[in-house]
Design a binder for this molecule. Structure first.
Ligand SMILES: [Fe+2]
Length: 296
């Protein structure tokens, strides 16, 4: 499978299918990189990414080989900035003055990182502290939603809207006390019902703002609904859950399973996907399979 990698990681021995810039700027297509001069020429283009074919390359290109420590550092910095922007946005929601358009660029930035190296992005967002848990989770869910949406051929505007919805999906947790959010043991019945109120709270907070899209509002409100009607807050059934909501649920659950929580260890990607696939009464199997294809 052809890999899309950041241009600064292109090296001698890689077979480049194409660069993501115009032909006029760089006309080379389908060639083996054989000199430092070519590497420099690629770096000089405006392309952010190159499509590299591992089968035709003379060096080994698996995800680990092309992802350097430097890449991880860049991702960490992007996640740090994203977390801080999201913290400000959540505070603005609480104050009733969020400017929704400020979240588009945050979504764009994390989209670039998950596109380049999904495993690295998720590895970074899994390093959550209690304090920033909800923000990091939201960034990761947003990134997964955009990545999955791209495999489903949504257009760029829709991918971005889904990214913004992912950033905001848990905004209702603002109103849940940290003692409940970060509790290490099982939640008492009253705590659980308080926790289950977060989708509706988030929905109301955002609706008050006035200019949030209906799709974003639906995702915030219904991301804990599942196909057989056993989800919350309304217990909607499959036929009432559009693909975009199903997509948010699948990404949210996957992210939660593959992250460590105060009460559980992180599952592997494979275990999480298998567990979800075996629960076709809850999650859309087609979307679970598509999500898996991102990590191949
Ligand atoms: Fe949630």
């Amino acid at each position: 499978m052809v890999r899309r990698i950041p241009k600064h990681l292109v090296k001698k021995g890689m077979f480049v299918e194409s660069l993501e810039c115009s032909n006029a700027e760089f006309s080379g297509r389908r060639f083996l990189v054989q000199s430092d001069e070519t590497v420099r020429a690629i770096l000089a283009t405006s392309a952010a990414y190159a499509l590299v074919n591992p089968q035709r390359s003379t060096i080994d290109i698996d995800a680990d080989a092309v992802v350097t420590a430097e890449d991880q550092k860049r991702t960490q910095e992007a996640v740090r900035q994203g977390t801080s922007a999201l913290r400000d946005s959540f505070a603005a929601v609480r104050a009733g003055d969020l400017k929704i358009e400020t979240l588009g660029p945050v979504a764009d930035e994390i989209r670039d990182h998950i596109d380049a190296a999904p495993e690295v992005f998720l590895k970074v967002t899994r390093l959550k502290s209690k304090d920033e848990g909800t923000y990091m989770h939201s960034l990761a869910v947003s990134a997964l939603m955009m990545r999955l949406a791209r495999t489903l051929d949504y257009d760029d505007a829709m991918v971005r809207e889904l990214g913004v919805a992912g950033l905001l999906h848990d905004v209702g947790k603002l109103m849940i006390p940290n003692a409940i959010l970060n509790k290490a043991g099982q939640l008492e019945a009253a705590e659980k019902s308080r926790m289950r109120g977060h989708p509706e709270i988030g929905y109301r907070l955002l609706k008050e703002l006035g200019d949030i899209s209906p799709l974003t509002l639906d995702i915030v409100r219904f991301h804990h609904e599942v196909l057989d009607g056993s989800g919350y807050p309304l217990g909607l059934k499959a036929e009432q859950l559009g693909q975009e909501i199903r997509l948010s649920t699948v990404c949210d659950v996957f992210e939660a399973l593959t992250s460590a929580r105060p009460y559980k260890r992180a599952w592997t990607t494979r275990d999480a996907l298998n567990w979800m696939f075996d629960r076709g009464h809850l999650f859309d199997k087609k979307l679970v399979l598509r999500l898996g294809s991102i990590f191949e």
